[in-house]
Design a protein around this ligand. Sequence first.
Ligand code: MIG
Length: 763
Amino acid sequence: MLGKLTAAGQAGQRVCLQYEQGERRIEILTDSIIRVYEEREAQVSKAIEKRPQEETETSMEYADGVCTIKTARVTVVAGENGTVDFYDAAGNAVCLDYRGARRQRTGLSGEEKELMEQEGHQGAAGNGAHLMEVLKQIEGDECFYGLGDKTGFLNKRHYAYEMWNSDIPDPQVDSFKSLYKSIPFLIVLKQSCVYGLFFDNTYRTWFDLGKECGDYFFWAADQGNLDYYYIAGEKMTDILTGYARLTGTAPVPQLWTLGYHQSRWSYKTEAEVRELAAAFRSHDIPCDTIHLDIDYMERYKVFTWGREAFPDPEQMIRDLGKDGFKIVTIIDPGVKVEEGYEMYDEGVREGYYATTPEGEIYVNAVWPGDAVYPDFGQERVQKWWADKQQFLIDSGVRGVWNDMNEPASFRGELPPDVVFTDVDQKKADHARMHNVYGHLMSKAAYRGWKEHDGRRPFVITRACYAGTQKYSTVWTGDNHSIWAHLQMAIPQLCNLSLSGMPFAGTDIGGFGSDTTPELLARWIQVGAFSPLMRNHCAIGCDRQEPWVFGEEITDIYRKYVKLRYRLLPYLYDQFFTGEKTGLPLMRPLVLHYEKDGNTRNCNDEFLVGESLLVAPVVEQGASRRMVYLPEGVWYDYWTKERLEGGQFLIREAPLDTCPIYVKAGSVIPNYEDQSYVGEKGIRRLILDVYPGEGTSSHYQDNGSDFAYREGEYNEYVFAQKDGVLTVSLSHAGYAKRYEGFRIRCLGKEEDTAFLGDKLTFLL
Ligand code: MIG
């Protein structure tokens, strides 16, 4: 307990709070981002690399044990025992500390726990107190979103979680406390207001969102610092933008990465890969990327090719490249212990691996058997790992897939005292570095691809921390081919979106277990709108390439992959917007319709950008479903029927139909059909116009490198008003402008040339 607040001092935008026992600081970053912290350990944030420090008018008053700090938008009141309350500019309470006691829950007795565990159950524990706790009041109607990839539903109210990157192969269910990723960011939505909280602590931490007790929610930790950011905003989108200002945004990806990816653990030989590629073309299913899982390596040694199965990978990749295919290879962090293996020898010689407290190199086991763990916090290891990407680049590989970087281990979890290095180059233990291991690995990979390849790096990672979006896309790890996991894909990807991580996907068809024809057909309908669209499947499971279930399923699969390819310019636009604002491609309805109670627990619909609403069927056997359309006017994508929003309706949805709706006033840019990105030089953009009023913009660049950051891109603005569509160029920096547009509007279709930089069209 800190006791009474005895003094407060202001130095610019920092306020130092002095208590009877201890001190705390409050820092004003912007008028709506406030940091509260108590530095117990010297730490450099891994999530926040560029602090959005803005000069902000800040006033402070201290009287009788209460300190009041004001910006134009937020009032912070700090008082006894470290309480911090946040109010809006009008003085309304937004986020108040909880002042009562925690509700005590009793756990099992020692004997009971032992018995439970003998039968294989996990003994439930009581609620021990933590060294640091931030308890906030629940007033009533709070909904909680974010927290990364956690299982379950969109709204996290009444659940509790742990931040501890975990590789758990069992089918993931709602009661799981943790998964692969730790993103300790929360959006709290109430009827009257919304705010964000980001707890920047990499150790194991706990979130309880009204599970223990309906009166409060809390964050807790036993190590590291109490260090959190309060983000204020008018709308939920402001909170996301605020979080993006802290932790950064995902760069626009290479365009082909938004195409279709096919993977399997594993396509084991060159012949198999060539056959697979040919099958995509012969089945007329677009595909850009084939992923090679661990078997391409020589006995699972990273940065090697198993030359027996892949005698000439360079030639194979060149040949496939002529047909539009790119190869992405998996890389695990664990380096095989084997004298004479360069990676191992070099790392040992240079001190690149994590050690035991006694200074011996720490050994655990992963796929190659005994393995050692690169100490990614070391700047030298960052550089080393970055340079190692050259091996893949030289082979013609186009992206890297980072797996097992929780880090995973076969002989039990790494002990908490294994010695790593933090980014400040001081020694740190596993307990501190665990949750950022995947983050630092991805950062190194990104750096390598950026330096040595020069194009926008394509890195996929399984484990990550807040801020990893700057370096990597993610997939949700080992799901199963079960309907519950298709259902979970929607809230899970939406919450990743709400955690600053816009480029994410689930294994289409499911990873573990065997998929069914129906499940695969429904999964591709969700996959077509997932930011990362990859079918992946585990070794030993039935194959689930698009054509394995015969003509009907193949046709459905093709239909949605083709739809995806037509929508690529629209999807790509979302990434350009995202890089600037932090807004994601895939959005839960609540992000734009937060005042509408029907959206808050909507787990089976989502928006793509602001214009498309997707309501896939995720229930076995269903051939129709209930759809909720929020306010406004919507068009049925398939029938073009005009529908009033603010209502539930029943939509027929036979196996080949994924209900999709388009917001009135939207203009959706489309490409013509292609088998892969760049197959055709797109000179004419197809615009699907849905009558109404609205303005949107469309982004065009070379799809490949960072020239867009120097202004080498075009931006077109589509504005609809009174039956007139105006297309204008608001930024002209990329030489290959569209030569014309095909304008389609409810069955009418017309081609126009685009000669100047403005075009008016009567609908
Ligand atoms: O222990 O590389 O999540 O996608 O196929 C399993 C083999 C290791 C786990 C990944 C999965 C990948 C698999 N890997």
